[in-house]
Design a protein around this ligand. Structure first.
Ligand code: NI
Ligand code: MN
Length: 227
């Protein structure tokens, strides 16, 4: 088995988990960084962290075309089901479930959430994916919070953390997040998509390595990490 993660820019990931194809936050068609469009991607499962357009993205269209199961918080799943998404799996904060692709735990995120039409979107979330090859934490859109230390205690092989600032943690808070999470590797996300979240990811990575010893990997859109 293998686990291969491809960054599609912003907080969008395509994950090959053995025989299963996962998408996280498939913001593709309107994402200036994405190397692929929504009608080109394959998916068995689509994970959605919250209702904002830069995360929900093209989830409805991709789910309708592929028949993928969308995994999200209860309110996001209800909204999607009402819009014709046939297969949803609702979770809530702190809950985990053993999916065929591995164990997925929904973690808290300090952020806001609403659906594109203004409907209540429940709480925003992050995800921890546990597979035989390793454990990955996707912080998704969040501020820094000290309970990241508890997430780190799960033993993280990789963490994807936002560094864009303005809407989420910025570089300084994300450095503190790395100290709390203690992952083996960290990759910065949610930056460079637009001028308001432009950051020097390479400089951040050098600072992380120098101050924490954690290996920081800066991906280009379409770049891969293999566990
Ligand atoms: Ni957001
Ligand atoms: Mn966002």
């Amino acid at each position: 088995m293998s686990t291969e993660l491809t960054w599609l820019g912003h907080n969008a990931w395509s994950i090959r988990a053995g025989d299963y194809r996962l998408l996280l936050d498939p913001f593709l068609n309107d994402n200036p960084l994405s190397p692929v469009k929504a009608d080109e991607v394959a998916a068995d499962f689509i994970l959605v962290s919250h209702g904002h357009g830069d995360h929900l993205g093209d989830a409805v269209a991709i789910a309708q075309r592929t028949g993928a199961t969308v995994v999200g918080i209860f309110e996001v799943c209800e909204w999607l089901a009402a819009r014709g998404v046939k297969s949803v799996h609702a979770m809530n904060l702190g809950g985990g479930y053993n999916f065929p692709f591995g164990r997925l735990t929904m973690t808290l995120a300090l952020h806001s959430s609403a659906m594109p039409d203004g409907s209540y979107g429940g709480s925003p979330c992050g995800f921890v994916l546990q597979r035989a090859e390793g454990t990955v934490y996707f912080a998704c859109d969040t501020a820094l919070f000290s309970d990241m230390k508890l997430i780190g205690a799960m033993g993280l092989d990789l963490a994807a953390v936002p560094i864009g600032d303005n809407y989420t943690m910025g570089p300084a808070a994300a450095l503190e997040a790395v100290r709390l999470l203690q992952p083996k590797r960290v990759v910065p996300v949610h930056c460079g998509t637009w001028p308001v979240i432009a950051q020097d990811a390479d400089a951040w990575a050098r600072q992380v390595q120098a101050e924490t010893g954690v290996q920081a990997v800066v991906l280009k859109p379409g770049g891969k990490i293999v566990l």
